[in-house]
Design a protein around this ligand. Structure first.
Ligand SMILES: [Zn+2]
Length: 251
């Protein structure tokens, strides 16, 4: 049930026929894990919290660095040197004190992955490295939890929404992990900060849609290029020999 204060706070959501009070109650009873509180994680966490997602879990193990401030809009200059997860928790709690926040200074690894995704309705992967991206995909496929993967580099960004067993997973597109150093990351090749904002905002919007029960985004790879001012959506089919097919069970 929503309090009077919550009905006011979320009134612009509730006005939408696709949301209404029942949809807002669904968002309140939803739980989301956000992997990473960086450039993409900043807008994701902000919009999830502002939208009233009732339970948000987040993991990040870094300390705030001066180079982060160019795109990680959750943070302020005075926070440089502090654990990002503490700064993020404070910021998100002050935005919306109604939420249950479970923010942990941990790195998403094969040791804690299963524990972190258990009980979550949705996982949002915002990391900047391939081992984490593949691990999130594999653990979500194994546990049949919907997830959204996002990536940015230079002027480009992409988003993939996955319903394991039904739509293409990360491994359906990228079969094996690229060799270390063969694909540049943002630290080596750069990125425009606003591209992180665009991609994170798309991911948060997709999360709200999925939690409201809509499934039209699964199987689409959404791509954005700032230099060409272009958005496109590609329909991705599952690779029949992918592990997500082998592990697929009727839901
Ligand atoms: Zn797959």
């Amino acid at each position: 049930m929503l309090s009077r204060d919550e009905i006011t706070r979320y009134s612009r959501n509730i006005l939408l026929p696709e949301v209404r009070k029942s949809g807002q109650e669904k968002l309140k009873s939803s739980s989301v894990l956000v992997v990473g509180a960086g450039g993409i994680g900043s807008p994701v966490l902000t919009y999830l919290a502002a939208s009233g997602i009732g339970r948000i879990r987040c993991v990040d193990s870094d300390h705030l660095d001066l180079t982060n401030l160019q795109r990680q809009v959750l943070y302020r200059t005075g926070g440089v040197g502090s654990p990002k997860i503490d700064l993020a928790r404070e910021q998100i709690h002050s935005l919306n004190p109604n939420l249950e926040l479970d923010f942990r200074m941990e790195r998403f690894s094969d040791k804690n992955a299963k524990d972190l995704v258990t009980g979550m309705d949705l996982v949002i992967e915002t990391s900047d490295n391939f081992p984490t991206k593949f691990l999130v995909s594999d653990v979500c496929v194994e546990n049949r939890i919907d997830y959204i993967a996002g990536g940015i580099l230079r002027f480009d960004g992409q988003v993939l929404c996955v319903r394991p067993g039904q739509s293409a997973c990360y491994r359906c597109i990228f079969e094996n992990m690229p060799e270390e150093g063969s694909v540049p990351n943002c630290a080596a090749a750069g990125v425009i900060g606003a591209v992180a904002g665009v991609i994170g905002s798309i991911m948060a919007g997709e999360a709200v849609k999925i939690l409201l029960g809509r499934d039209e985004s699964f199987g689409l790879l959404q791509q954005y290029n700032l230099l060409e001012s272009r958005f496109r959506s590609l329909r991705i089919t599952r690779r029949s020999e992918c592990t997500c097919g082998r592990k697929s069970l009727p839901k």
